[in-house]
Design a protein around this ligand. Structure first.
Ligand code: APR
Length: 241
């Protein structure tokens, strides 16, 4: 097995499930209990900002109270092992939590934004944010009220960092998807692009995703079990992974 040089990892809500953060499309998932069109679009925010703030305030406090699990820490170990031998791991997450960072991952690309950041619609300032956001919350930068929103990407908005993600994916020598249903584009299309480019693909998930036929390799089970096992297996086969 040749030594990996540029690993591309895509994570979704499933990697944070065992940290107590909800997934979206599983049985009992967030979108089976709430209507995303009422809570996760710019139009919903314009229509009822207090309701949207209330929904994300609950999710933000859940993130603050959560801890990374063994899957997050295994990915941080993989990144360190690759770095030690001059190789790289591009970690692209659909998740808005900070559990990858708190587990020690050094470079995390949040394509759907970060719930622990807030953005002012009046002055465009973006700042770390751990507390509740309300309509009356003044922007610390410009003082405007009614203009603060979570710095996350809602349905109908453009995901972030797409050029960097595309460049990293095209340069990768392995594509790994962890804890994602493969239901939301553009992330759901990355495995097909990897295959079209001849890049080996691997899925680590609780159960086969919508994209399961695109993967050369797959291991199913809870991320906190499957991801550390996979990382240790790669490390054994390749020295420092
Ligand atoms: N370990 C591994 N995988 C798990 C676990 C677990 N403990 N629990 C659930 N999963 C898997 C599910 O089988 C499913 O395939 O994680 C996946 C979660 O899928 P979704 O709930 O659709 O989450 P995700 O793919 O991240 O959604 C993508 O949709 O609503 C938007 O912006 C939101 O980023 C999100 C995007």
């Amino acid at each position: 097995m040749t030594a990996l040089q540029r690993v591309f990892v895509l994570t979704g809500a499933g990697i944070s499930a065992e940290s107590g953060l909800g997934t979206f499309r599983d049985r009992g998932g967030i979108w089976s209990r709430f209507d995303p069109m009422q809570l996760a679009t710019p139009e919903a925010f314009a229509r009822d900002p207090e309701l949207v703030h209330e929904f994300y305030n609950l999710r933000r406090s859940g993130v603050v109270a959560a801890s990374p699990n063994a899957a997050h820490t295994a990915l941080a170990r993989l990144e360190n092992g690759l770095h030690e031998r001059g190789a790289t791991l591009f970690l692209c997450t659909q998740n808005v939590d900070d559990l990858h960072e708190r587990a020690g991952s050094r470079a995390v690309t949040h394509m759907h934004g970060e719930i622990l950041k807030a953005r002012c619609l009046a002055c465009d300032a973006v700042m770390p944010w751990q507390d509740d956001l309300l309509v009356a919350t003044p922007c610390p930068a410009c003082g405007e009220t009614g203009s603060m929103r979570p710095d996350i990407v809602w349905f109908g908005e453009m995901p972030k960092h797409l050029d960097a993600i595309d460049a990293a994916l095209r340069a990768a020598d392995l594509f790994v998807a962890i804890g994602t249903s493969g239901a939301v584009y553009p992330a759901a299309g990355y495995v097909a692009l990897a295959r079209a480019l001849g890049i080996p693909t691997c899925e680590l998930n609780l159960e086969p995703s919508d994209n399961t036929t695109h993967f050369d390799e797959a291991h199913y089970g809870p991320a906190s079990v499957v991801v550390p096992q996979w990382v240790e297996g790669r490390s054994r086969n390749q020295g420092a992974s």
